[in-house]
Design a protein. Sequence first.
Length: 130
Amino acid sequence: MLHPDPRGYRVALVADAIVNEGAASFDVLAALESHRFGVIVLPPSDFSLSSIGGIVEYVIDDLTDYVRNGYRVVEVGSSELVGFGTWHDIVALDLARRGQEGFEQFDVAGMSPADFDRFLAASIPAAELS
């Protein structure tokens, strides 16, 4: 590639409650930044369900394109939040409709910063190996 991606070919779909309400017991955004992940945040879980479908569809368009191009895409949420905090059920349905596998998931509930660091460092995106 002519212009390497400053995100390191890594993108995280992160629960709004983790980003804006401190639903994790550690600084998720700092860890993502240190591992060179870009971040996408969907609207909070109290957002109108009737309008979230279109928003999710646009986000999934981008994320599936990233996957096709060798990016590592992860979903960071919490089992203590409705829909994992990421509208997971709607995301999963949209991915299935496209024939795309689900993204790697990390549940922040009860986990430590070291657990998260190990998860983030677990694999190198295919695009970075090229």
